[in-house]
Design a binder for this molecule. Structure first.
Ligand SMILES: Cc1cc2nc3c(=O)[nH]c(=O)nc-3n(C[C@H](O)[C@H](O)[C@H](O)COP(=O)(O)OP(=O)(O)OC[C@H]3O[C@@H](n4cnc5c(N)ncnc54)[C@H](O)[C@@H]3O)c2cc1C
Length: 466
């Protein structure tokens, strides 16, 4: 057993199974999966559930959970990025059929954890999208109306008044919140490691420290030679651009997290979150937080984008980016001014053009893949793992009929991102507008007309992203 560096809370101190590597003689198999994050492991799990005789192998460059799956904020959301745009285009019956699939991700992960005895500190406390200040409250109410317009009910997303919010979470200038029960919090790496043990028990061979150099029809190229497989499942998400076959289709972007030292019961009394609900605010900074099982406050926010979309896994805890998050966390919780930050880390996630996740089966290339979860992949990867297993098993199911499943055009149906420097410039233009809009939101010394103009510009730029 080895110990991982302590900069990431989840990885600090958690024992990691020693990496195994592939014997020099390559084996043929039915399905070769590239990447041992949630997508790869969930796909392996459901394939073996459906057909225990299937030969499934997973090839992982580092160790299971090295990528976003072992470093995320631990929100298990019963929903997926961009879902409301799809729901809006469906008739009522189709909406009725689709919504339970989305909400149901939380219960499905809970059910697997119970069945396979995976303890990942899962707490099903819902999520609070808190409005800090008047401008965010306005945005929250508009968002809630939109949610109800596309068929979500009050039982799924409802308004909490300022006092109802305060009963759950004490946040500076909390004006109310949108609450949804469809979210749980968990320890991300414990989930990965539980899945790893489970699929190995089911007969899946997971080869760690075994990078894939590329793939073609029916072949996966390793340093030690080639493996032949009927189906290849690249499950790389934020690292997709590192393989030529996927370049330009899933864009890497970063997110960064800090975690405090463990807080005392008295400190938690000043914050709340007794039921370990996930929380964020309604700013454009994509903030997210949770109360961890070991009593820390975890706080994350959208990170950067590197020219040419290079993934990033190493972060300097002294970097300004972490100081900004610390400052932001203290704006949320002035009561935590003196509390130390014990961990600071980041990772890379994947964005599909149009910002909606996808699953696809490309028969001509023998490839099935999913991704583009846009920072909401803990739950979505479970849904996509089930979907990929159905696609590979040629099963026509409710999952394979969903709009996130691309047609037979396969990989070619994935919209490509704009070439550089457009992506880089576009990202920074949008980010600057978001930062300015957040900074001006409740500034009474700035004319309301100017604030509205900045807000409208940020909305327009956000619209361009889709
Ligand atoms: C900081 C951060 C916070 C996040 N917070 C949340 C959250 O709270 N809730 C939520 O829903 N989502 C969150 N996400 C997103 C979520 O973590 C991801 O969408 C999800 O984990 C993606 O899983 P994956 O298996 O598709 O990819 P990954 O977990 O990235 O796995 C890909 C694997 O492929 C391996 N690999 C790469 N190249 C090769 C190669 N050539 N050969 C073999 N293997 C290779 C990598 O080592 C990695 O292990 C967050 C992401 C980040 C970065």
């Amino acid at each position: 057993m080895s110990r991982l560096p302590a900069s990431c809370l989840w990885q600090g101190g958690l024992p990691v199974a020693a990496a195994s590597s592939l014997p020099s003689i390559a084996e043929d198999c039915d399905v070769a999966i590239i990447g041992a994050g949630y997508t790869g492991l969930w796909t392996a799990y459901y394939l073996k559930r459906q057909d225990p005789a299937l030969q499934v192998q997973v090839f992982e460059a580092a160790h299971a959970g090295f990528g976003a799956s072992g470093r995320n904020g631990g929100w298990l959301i019963g929903g997926m990025a961009g879902q409301d745009t799809w729901l809006a285009g469906l008739d009522e019956d189709a909406q009725e059929a689709t919504r339970p699939l989305l909400y149901g991700m939380v219960d499905e992960v809970k059910a697997v954890c119970a069945r396979e005895q995976i303890d990942c500190d899962l707490a099903h406390g819902g999520v609070l999208y808190a409005a800090r200040g008047v401008a965010q409250a306005r945005r929250a109410r508009a968002w809630l109306s939109e949610l109800h317009r596309v068929g979500h009910r009050d039982a799924d997303f409802r308004w909490l008044s300022a006092s109802e919010l305060a009963a759950q979470l004490h946040i500076a200038d909390g004006q109310g919140a949108v609450f949804s029960p469809h979210c749980a919090t968990l320890h991300p790496l414990k989930l990965v490691q539980g899945l790893l043990l489970t699929v190995r028990r089911m007969g899946v061979r997971v080869h760690e420290a075994c990078p894939v150099a590329g793939f073609g029809k029916g072949r996966v190229r390793l340093a030690s030679g080639e493996v032949r497989a009927r189906w290849i499942v690249p499950a790389l998400e934020g690292a997709s651009s590192t393989l030529a076959e996927l370049k330009g289709r899933v864009q890497p972007a970063q997110s960064l997290i800090i975690a405090t030292e463990p807080l005392s019961a008295a400190q938690w009394d000043t914050i709340g979150l007794a039921g370990r609900a996930a929380f964020s605010d309604l700013s454009r900074g994509v903030t997210y937080g949770q109360r961890t099982a070991d009593g820390r406050l975890l706080f994350g926010a959208r990170g950067g984008y590197r020219f040419a979309g290079r993934p990033r896994w190493d972060f300097d805890p002294q970097d300004d980016e972490f100081l900004q998050r610390t400052e932001l966390m203290r704006q949320f919780f002035p009561q935590l001014q003196e509390v130390g930050i014990a961990y600071a880390w980041g990772g890379t996630l994947g964005l599909a053009r149009g910002f909606t996740p996808f699953a696809l089966r490309d028969r001509s290339r023998g490839v099935a893949c999913a991704g583009g979860y846009g920072g909401e992949g803990v739950g979505t990867s479970n849904l996509m793992g089930r979907t990929l297993a159905d696609l590979i098993g040629e099963r026509e199911t409710l999952l394979t009929r969903q709009r996130w499943v691309k047609g037979e055009a396969g990989l070619s149906s994935l919209r490509r991102w704009e070439p550089e420097p457009l992506r880089y410039l576009g990202y920074h233009a949008i980010r600057s507008a978001f930062v300015l809009d957040d900074a001006l939101a409740d500034r009474q010394d700035i004319p309301a007309s100017l604030r509205r103009l900045v807000g409208a510009a940020a909305d327009a730029l956000e619209g361009l992203m889709h």
